[in-house]
Design a protein around this ligand. Sequence first.
Ligand code: HEM
Length: 523
Amino acid sequence: MRHHMQSHGGLTSIIAVLVLVLFMVLVRLSITWWILPLRAQRKLRKKGFGGPTPSFPLGNIMEMKKKSNVSEVSSLKQLMTHDIHSTVFPYFAEWQKLHGKVFTYWLGTEPFLYIADPEFLKNMSVIVKGKDWGKPNVFKLDRKPMFGNGLIMTEGDEWVRRRHIITPAFSPSNFKEMINIMVESTKRMITKWVDLTSSGHAELDVECEITATAGEIIAQSSFGIGPQECTKVLQKLRALQVALFKTNRCVGVPYNNFMYPKHTLEAKRLGKEIDELLMSFIMERRKSADTRNEPRDLLGVLLQESHIEDNKRLKKKLATRELVDECKTFFFGGHETTALALTWSLFLLALHPEWQKQLREEIEEVVGDKEFEVGMLTGLKKMGLVMHEVLRLYGPAPNVQRQARGDIRVNDVIIPDSTNIWIDVVSMHHDPTLWGDDVNEFKPERFDGDSHGGCKHKMGFLPFGFGGRMCIGRNWMMMEYKIVLSLVLSRFSFSLSPNYCHSPSIMLSLRPACGLPLVVQPL
Ligand code: HEM
């Protein structure tokens, strides 16, 4: 009996301890997920930032989802218009009408400051320099399988160190060697198009074709890997992108991973497989050659930097794990964006045969029958105008993100520490108050003699981001863009297929949701 009472007493105290622990966990969680975000929200409201009212624990996610679904249906019926902001970001377009161009909204329990006002952005970026910006922790975690801790995600001194190591890889002196690779890959694609068109296939999915070629180019010119290995990585990257971005609308909601366990595990598995593939390429390169005499492709430069042994510069070394993350970042960031810029260009050129003609004449004049060389790139001036106009209307990077590390005072308002910042590039690029009434028309000439395209504000045109963190690969992209476009335009003419359905949508980048079927005719 006494023994029974003793064990009963023991059980009661275990339950009491468990209840206490559970209570403490609940208190802790409600502080992190509810009380702290609520306090942050009050702070932002007090500083005069309006915005839609969030609910716990989803924030404004449900409203965003609802508006997206309506927009998806209506966009299919939509006329072919370049006024795409309300299609790709319907919730932001609605909230702007109510709360202006700077307001707060919530992804789960994460506060975001939305900015589509270049003047506000300028004032903020004058105060905070590249090194002092954070990247939203919530995305860093979510996108880890894709970017790891590569340059795009690092912060502070670590970002300075990486940017310093990587910058030489993008110096124009390295570009000469890249040109041949770009030309050869594009020529292979052209041969395939010639075969297809001569066997009766007048219609091609140009997005698909260009993406494969851009992948091949980045794989070979930056890591020296061939088409077959490249296809393996690209297939996995694409699957990873689908697993991450078709389902991640609940990012910011505590434990949202458990809402999509299948996709979360799938993303982790794919991320690991890509790491292993890249790791094997790196190991092979390390073994196979004296890296000091490597060709100066991206991996060559990174390996060379990691060979610097003297004590002063030892800190510059990149560990193999870091190399993998950088390779992954370039693989993904380097081919998809460029491929999309080319894809949207061919779409707009298909709608504007008069610009196809002008570009063809320019190519004939500048390149003619000669082999491509670096000096020709600046000569392709009209092509540069077209490129800028495409990056304005259909820029592949639809937004730029930051996170405040410390309070930021902008004029008389304070953006509290840890606030996430979402800069709506699509909105600014389509804002008639910045560009005029012809904002949604394709007019490359607006960039003639004006690198801001006549935009009333210097921060209103941001295809490659801003400040010290601006895209490191933009010159590389411009070179690839001009080479690929010159080669295809001088061999084919393009017009829109009746099967094309205009549905620009966001899956990390801005892409045509149903591809880009074009009628391709050899010249
Ligand atoms: C049309 C093509 C491209 C577009 C639209 C684009 C756009 C961007 C944008 C918007 C950013 C963020 C900037 C910011 O946060 O302020 C960025 C960063 C970056 N891009 Fe690009 N990019 C393109 C091509 C490339 C290429 C070809 C590469 C590499 C081969 C590349 C590598 C990177 C890297 C590594 C960063 C991170 C830089 C840092 O945080 O220091 N991008 N890009």
